[in-house]
Design a binder for this molecule. Sequence first.
Ligand SMILES: [Zn+2]
Length: 256
Amino acid sequence: MIYRLDKNELNLDESGIKYGFIDGSIDFNPTSPEGKFARKEFLDILSEDYSYEVKQSHGININVLDEKFKENAKNRRSFFDNADADGVFTACKGIALCIRTADCVPVLFAGFQGKTAAVVGAVHCGWKGAYGGIIKNAVYMLANKFAIDADAILAVIGPSICKKCYEVKEDFLNLFLNQNSLNINFFQKKIEAGKNKIFFDLKSYIKNELVLNGLNCRNVFDINKCTMENEDFFSYRRNKTDKRQVSFISITMSNL
Ligand SMILES: [Zn+2]
């Protein structure tokens, strides 16, 4: 199943964008033998020319694809880039930018010129990337490489672990407090079964990063699905799975 925001909340019909968050019905684990088939099935469903994935190493690098990508891809339709990156942006049509997750946060971006998307992007955002500044990098890239104003950027947060499920340790909390004491707002201390526990709201931390870097909060959306609670999605914390769901965005070649 492909999840999207309700059209009353976000209608992208005139934007030229195709996007979505696919649940565990397709496993995008790059190392499984089924992976190749999954990518073919994915492209058939989407009817885009190419899929493109970055390595995803919990860093803050972001790749840019230009028209040369299509020359290099030649007959290959599914492209896996081994360069160290956790996000990708492109102004080219027909390339589905893909992020694989199982609790981490997929963030899809679109930069608008008028009503249509001039550039789209997909970013893998776990706590390390978020803490390290990948959101800032993404917004900087949209401004400097694609000349998109911050208030013309749309961001959609996909299925990922929620604040009720993301338990962390004291040293994790301290790391974030050392960065900024206001980060305390993204943590909650609770007593559960007689134990002191700390929970982190990664999605709100990311939303805050988006707004701090200039996005209008009305252009920041959340599909509001928790991967750990909803068994339609893969969750590393639930069962240490190697399986990964895919989130995608493209400037589409096909009719919407
Ligand atoms: Zn949850």
